[in-house]
Design a protein around this ligand. Structure first.
Ligand code: NA7
Length: 536
């Protein structure tokens, strides 16, 4: 059995930075990664059109001046191959690979209370013992395969966006069906439509999508951003969304109708998430939200020529922003193509499959290929897939049966020395997730340095502190419109998963201040013990 100070699970952006940080603390570390390369979700999500919805200059590490100056992003929003290349660039630059075990899927992790060690098991790649177990398993890493009736009868190819063939896929001339119209579907559909013979989109729920207006970054702009990095990163660090765009400076309800229309139009023209974050009342006032939603519906009707198709694409069942906004490139325009059909499977549900197609209640659709863009068991799926057992062999899956939670979104009572990077109860996916990762890794790094300096061998969240933290997370979410959507933020996209709003909604900057305050108060809410304390 191999021995380390820490085992880190996952070599995405969280695992890579965590490894670098642990090395800096003089701790030995092994990163265990199921994939054959670094990059996490960007390693697996290779579907056509896969792209980040956070702008390139934000969606990058800020901890190394050298890295941020030496890396060149090519577009306003980076495509998946470029993000994967960036993860590899960082891994090479920091010489991280030698401490990563690739092709290693963690199957179990059990805590030994007497020894204060985690025992980590893998599927055939050995066992490990470590004082600390750091879960860098990502929020969007376990693909959700829907239980479509009779899918096993289908003899065509079935692909999932989040587990895409590495060699790519040729849609030329094929009859393709796509199920799922979240971000992945919205990004993939325009590209597939350009290649396929015919594309049929099977939509259960329409989503709101804002144009990305993506394009190459001119060298002058790239240089300007690099020169301004210090100020941009500081602004991001002090913001709600962990981004450097201006935010919360307009109130929808306080504007005149003319000014409001102009403001929506301006954000639509600018593209991306600022359509949401520019307005301070969009997520907490239903009337304000409806005005913003109505503007997007009017845009859809203006873009999509067939009136019935346009109506089917107009979301009505949730407040805009309560499900993550999609950021698209010619998504709505795609429905003007003669080779694209939109089917509403809420009113005409899928009833089964034959060898060569899909059947809804009313119609048969011959297909060669079915693409599932059906999302993820988000935020907790990768954790509950592992047999994690803490004190008294309690399993994390059981602990989270009625809803996931963690003190500061980082540590779970009863699971000492285990930390979850961007876990439930932290800003994670509501912030620029790379900055959310950096903040967690840095805070945890300080905590582990403190532990080392004081001979602390066991760190555990206090159960009452965790309950009170999660009650705060829920109360804050309940003051917003977020819980009104059946979103993956709520666990609502996975049948049987408890519906608890998981991310921290009060803002990245408020969260970071709370974490600093906990540290300044001697890590309030944590029990710290030395091996001798336990033996005594
Ligand atoms: P999402 O946003 O969870 O979208 C999944 C889509 O798949 C959504 O339209 C779902 O419809 C649909 N879906 C899921 N299950 C089914 C079944 N059983 N039948 C029909 N349709 C189904 O996942 P994405 O991968 O697009 O994006 C996830 C995040 O990744 C995204 O927000 C970015 O942050 C990156 P529903 O809405 O549930 O009716």
């Amino acid at each position: 059995m191999a021995d380390f100070d820490a085992v880190v699970v996952g070599a995405g952006f969280a695992g890579l930075y965590m490894l670098h940080k642990l090395r800096g603390l003089g701790l030995t570390c092994r990163v265990l990664e199921a994939g054959s390369g670094v990059g996490g979700t960007w390693f697996w999500n290779r579907y056509p059109g896969a792209r980040c919805d956070v702008e390139s200059f934000s969606y990058s590490y800020s901890f190394s001046e050298e890295i941020q100056q030496d890396w060149n992003c090519s577009h306003r929003y980076a495509m998946q191959p470029e993000i994967l290349a960036y993860a590899n660039f960082v891994a090479d630059r920091l010489d991280l690979r030698r401490d990563i075990g690739f092709g290693t899927r963690v199957s179990a992790a059990h805590y030994d209370e007497q020894q204060q060690y985690w025992f980590v098991d893998t599927s055939g790649q050995g066992s490990f013992r470590a004082r600390f177990l750091i879960m860098a398993t990502g929020c969007l890493s376990v693909p959700k395969v829907p239980d479509l009736p009779g899918l096993a009868n289908f003899r065509g190819e079935v692909l999932h966006t989040a587990d895409w063939p590495r060699e790519g896929y040729d849609f030329a001339g094929k009859r393709v069906g796509v199920v799922g119209t979240g971000s992945s579907g919205v990004q993939a559909i325009p590209i597939i439509a350009r290649q396929a013979g015919h594309l049929t989109v099977f939509q259960r729920t329409p989503n709101f999508s804002i144009p990305a207006w993506n394009g190459p970054l001119p060298e002058s702009q790239r240089q300007q951003m690099k020169n301004d990095y210090r100020a941009l990163r500081t602004k991001a660090r002090n913001s709600y969304a962990g981004d450097y765009a201006d935010e919360y400076y307009l109130s929808i309800l306080e504007m005149t109708p003319e000014a409001r229309e102009e403001a929506f139009e301006k954000r639509w023209r600018e593209g991306g998430f600022n359509y949401q974050y520019a307005f301070r009342d969009l997520m907490d006032n239903a009337a304000a939200n409806e005005l913003a939603a109505d503007f997007v519906r009017r845009k859809i009707r203006a873009i999509v020529r067939d009136a019935a198709t346009a109506e089917r694409l107009c979301p009505r069942d949730h407040p805009i922003g309560a499900k993550r906004l999609c950021v698209d490139s010619e998504y709505y325009e795609t429905y003007n193509r003669p080779n694209v059909t939109l089917v509403d499977i809420k009113s005409d549900p899928i009833t089964g499959f034959s060898a060569d197609g899909l059947k809804t209640r009313s119609t048969r659709y011959p297909l060669d290929t079915l693409v599932l863009a059906t999302g993820f068991d988000a935020m907790t799926g990768a954790l509950t897939a592992i047999d994690i057992r803490g004190r008294r062999r309690e399993s994390l899956k059981d602990r989270w049966r009625d809803g996931a939670g963690a003190y500061l979104g980082l540590a779970v009572a009863g699971f000492p020395n285990m930390f979850v990077i961007t876990g439930p109860g932290s800003p994670s996916v509501l912030a620029n997730v790379i900055l959310a990762i950096e903040q967690h890794v840095e805070w945890l790094g300080d905590f582990l340095r403190h532990a080392k300096a004081h001979g602390i061998t066991e760190i555990e969240a206090d159960a009452a502190a965790e309950d009170s933290w999660m009650a705060g997370v829920r109360d804050s979410a309940d003051r917003t419109l977020y819980p009104q959507a059946n979103s993956w933020y709520m666990g609502a996209n996975v049948p049987g998963k408890p519906r608890v709003f998981m991310p921290y909604v009060d803002g990245f900057q408020v969260y970071e201040a709370a974490c600093k305050e906990v540290a300044a108060a001697g890590y309030r809410g944590f029990h710290l013990a030395r091996a001798t304390d336990v033996a005594a």
